[in-house]
Design a protein around this ligand. Structure first.
Ligand SMILES: [Zn+2]
Length: 161
């Protein structure tokens, strides 16, 4: 049976502005939570996003999906351990902020620590566009939207992160 995508909540929904809570390994490994993650992936692809964070589907938990070069992957409790000094201008949009795009300064490289969907903790470096997606999604988990940081807000362009 095909999984039904979630509906995406949009600004100004108050829950988008909350800090999401950490998940425990035993919560992540349940069949119900695995099905939730699959629906989150389906939602990202259906809405043509390159990443999605749980608060965008109304769940204030620290679980995100990032469309990596090798395909969509889920990350639980992601944290940025290290940021490059070098910044890049990133043109961004967001599924939760329809019709707005803007330029955000992001770190070019970030070192991430997160659990994978099987509850195993990993550390790795993300670069270029993948690094930008992580920074955008982790902001969502802290109640921050790209429009809080963006300049030159416009109405067309950008990728939905
Ligand atoms: Zn977003």
């Amino acid at each position: 049976m095909a999984l039904t995508p979630f509906s995406v909540v949009t600004e100004p929904t108050p829950s988008l502005r909350e800090r999401s809570r950490e998940l425990r390994v035993d919560e992540v490994t349940t069949p119900e939570f695995q099905a939730y993650l699959d629906r989150l992936i389906v939602t990202m692809f259906e809405k043509d996003g390159v990443g999605i964070a749980s608060p965008q589907v109304g769940q204030n938990i620290r679980a995100i999906v990032v469309n990596m070069p090798q395909g969509a992957e889920c990350f639980i409790n992601p944290e940025i351990l290290k940021k490059s000094e070098q910044l890049v201008d990133s043109e961004e949009g967001c599924l939760s902020v329809p019709g707005k795009y803007g330029i955000v300064k992001r770190h070019k490289k970030v070192t991430i620590r997160a659990m994978n969907r099987h509850g195993r903790t990993m550390e790795f470096e993300a670069k270029q566009f993948t690094a930008i997606i992580f920074q955008h999604e982790i902001d969502h988990l802290d109640g921050v939207l790209f429009i809080d940081k963006a300049r030159d807000i416009h109405t067309t362009g950008g990728k939905h992160i």
